[in-house]
Design a protein. Sequence first.
Length: 322
Amino acid sequence: MERVSTTGLPPASRTAAWNDLYSARMSRVEFIPGDQHSFGAELSIGRFGPVKLARLYVDRCSIERSHIHLAQSPRLYSFLLQASGSSLFQHYGHEVRLAEGDFVLCDTGLPHHFETSDPSVTVMVRVTPEVLEEFLPGADRYCGLLLGQSVGATHTASAMVRSLGEHVGAGCVRDFAPRIARNLLEMLSISYTIAFGGMPSPSTTTRRRRSDVIRYIEENLHDPSMSVESVAEGVHVSPRYLRAIFATSGEKVSAYILRRRLEECARRMRDPAWSSMTLMQIALSRGFNSAAHFTRSFREQYGASPREYRRATLAASRLQLS
């Protein structure tokens, strides 16, 4: 077992040092603490055959894996269990709120964002795409979807992952590593199959194309000229085929682009690091070029104007720090 933490790291360079420690052992990401002066984190890592198990404790923070990080670490799948606390997770075009006992599946080959407003413990079950394909074929169609603890066998899977996370590296566990890994992946596969078994199963080519499309959109949300036609050209498919790829999700490409732009704007409004930027500067950074369109669309999605939303979320953040 390996364990690293922020304990003993110099306060002035603690965040940068922790980012390097974590990224060298897991995937390249950026931690953005809610409080730079008192931020604490601890990571414990163990291995059971093909499964890498990691337990992460963090104080209030956000964790960002953007497109600039993707080429710096290999692609893996990671089942994330919210072992304690709660969090907001954005990935693969989905935004979900995780409560204790909930799972979400993450593909590290695509951008994702994790945000917690209080101390949080997450247990990660990480495997290569080749290993996971044996247990959960077409796993990318589940990425970013909330697997609630009350659904099917999820509670049992949650208890199993939580227990392993608390005993990472224990000798009695390590002796049975291959069998534990197989049983763990079987249980997670059963949980997802029960919860989402009715989902359509697109071909491997279609799933790969959809991943390419999502990656392209995420990397170009800042571009106000992005359209169905420009996305299709960017991923080298026809606009008709692009619409067909998205048809299985029930969401149009243009609606997806607008929703993701609004979600990213809302995230930046919640982030104290962006407090010096005007609402219009935030909107422009995510591809909006009309204040009226931005305000109207934001109110339709969040039930409040951008100004009201920002005031309320920043006030709540300051209250947590007091």
